[in-house]
Ligand binder design. Structure first.
Ligand code: IDC
Length: 471
């Protein structure tokens, strides 16, 4: 025993001496930074920082930098968790890039707002150590008004389901990005109210949606009022969870829509939203196919009220499911404020204080035309947008299909890679429904004879091949 203790003592001494004589592990001892403004516009810009670790491997790194201009602010970031205090920005490693080996680089990007020019940041530090490498990157001399489309270099079309190819999604700048950090557009359909049309969502209809329509997503419209969630929270929660599973089994994304409509103030349903989202987020946390839409169409309330609602509901979701994308409805029936005489600037100037979120925009093609498209075309360069609901008809959900306006809208959304879900994948007796009345009493969801004019138009748009990048 004595000999063993002596041996241990020697080892311990040897270890502590070795520790004293070798450099500290886990400290960043050098770094290099490349800062690039990728696009800029009146009042904002998008930029990227590539930080290369020139020191020892670090885990759980933090990059900090200072804005020279007090008007500059990070609005939304990706590749790290970004926060700003005064003029200092801190980017903390995300889960997937926590370890930065010697010589390895991490890419952090963000959309910023600014009041004037966009001077480059200064005082870059990695874990407190100044990055003395280059901070220069090319800045466009003529700022484009719209960011250039980021089409991938021609990859062969990816095979597999939308979720199989794209995996866990995250928001990157103004886009939705896949597991390869490349922008993608999801195209799909919304259910009608689950309290009325549950019979339309079954094995045959979801097979048709995935296989014939080649839909990327199913939005599950769970009304809160009008005989919806408030009448049977457990029952509606389980209806939604079943649809999440059915979408997952077919490789489609599921957008969980908390379909508030009347009253328009989302805070009326705040307690219900917290209960509902705590439950569905915990139950579906391990799935890659879930997107949360926390309020369908706020109306008659200020943006400040919607923002406050979002900032109370999002933490409930994050606590259970930290990495899922969350979509926030906007003022004036999710019109970015336009239908209540405002516009996107109220959001750009006062964004929801959360990362990995997008903002909803809704339109009905026969009612909302050029003036709305102008706003979306402009807002698309500043805010991550998702058209979580739109119709080919008037805002009543009925009337004739406006093919010209629908086509103009869908072309615009394609150009910006803005995802969309069409109202509705149902056989409701109204122009917006994709199926003729009575279809859901049968088993045929695939023949062209069961489609309405709206259904035929949407199927022809949604079923074209996706070009999801895989590297
Ligand atoms: C409509 C349905 C209609 C239903 C009504 C009830 O199409 O059958 O009677 O809701 O409230 C929206 C809403 C969506 C509406 C749709 C068409 O999000 O719930 O559905 N619409 O009016 N916003 C703009 C249009």
């Amino acid at each position: 025993m004595k000999r063993l203790l002596a041996l241990l003592a020697t080892c311990a001494t040897g270890l502590s001496l070795a520790a004293l004589s070798t450099p500290q592990a886990a400290a960043a001892t050098g770094c290099k930074v490349d800062y690039t403004i990728t696009s800029q516009w009146q009042g904002g810009f998008q930029a990227g920082v590539k930080v290369t670790n020139l020191g020892d491997s670090v885990t759980g790194w933090k990059l900090t930098f200072d804005w020279p201009d007090a008007g500059q602010k990070v609005v939304q970031g990706w590749g790290a968790t970004l926060s700003q205090s005064g003029s200092t920005v801190t980017a903390s490693a995300a889960d997937w890039n926590r370890t930065l080996a010697t010589g390895a680089a991490a890419d952090v990007g963000f959309v910023g707002s600014s009041t004037g020019a966009n001077p480059k940041p200064t005082a870059f530090k990695l874990n407190g150590v100044a990055c003395t490498g280059s901070v220069e990157g090319p800045t466009p001399t003529n700022p484009p008004t719209t960011p250039p489309p980021t089409d991938p270099p021609t990859n062969p079309p990816a095979t597999g389901t939308p979720v199989g190819i794209n995996g866990q999604l995250r928001v990157c700048g103004v886009n939705l990005c896949n597991q390869y950090n490349r922008p993608i557009q999801l195209r799909g359909m919304s259910t009608h109210g689950l309290q009325w049309f549950s019979k339309c969502y079954n094995t045959a209809s979801l097979d048709a949606l995935a296989k014939d329509w080649k839909s990327d997503l199913l939005r599950t419209a769970m009304y809160v009022q009008e005989d919806g969630y408030e009448t049977d929270p457990a029952g509606f929660t389980s209806k939604v969870n079943n649809l999440v599973d059915m979408a997952e089994a077919r490789g489609m994304y599921a957008m969980i829509d908390f379909h508030t409509l009347t009253p328009g103030d989302p805070t009326h349903n705040l307690a219900r939203a917290k209960t509902f989202f705590a439950s569905v987020a915990a139950r579906n946390a391990d799935k890659k196919n879930v997107i949360y839409e926390i309020t369908n169409e706020p109306n008659g309330v200020s943006w400040a009220t919607i923002k406050s609602y979002a900032e109370q509901v999002i933490p409930v979701i994050r606590a259970a499911d930290p990495d899922a994308v969350v979509i926030v409805g906007t003022r004036g029936w999710s019109s970015l404020g336009v239908s209540e005489s405002s516009n996107e600037s109220e959001i750009v100037n006062n964004p929801v204080n959360a990362t990995n979120i997008m903002y909803a925009f809704h339109f009905y093609a026969a009612s909302h035309t050029d003036s709305y498209r102008t706003v979306v075309n402009r807002a698309a360069t500043q805010l991550p947008l998702f058209v979580t609901e739109f119709g080919t008809v008037s805002y009543t959900g009925g009337g004739a299909v406006d093919r010209a306006s629908t086509t103009a809208w869908l072309d615009l959304l394609d150009r910006h890679k803005i995802g969309y879900a069409n109202w509705t994948y149902s056989d409701a007796d109204e122009g917006s429904a994709a199926f003729k009345p009575g279809t859901c009493n049968g088993t045929d969801y695939s023949s062209s004879s069961v489609l309405t004019e709206s259904g035929a138009l949407l199927k022809s748009r949604i079923s074209t091949p996706d070009s999801f990048p895989t590297s």
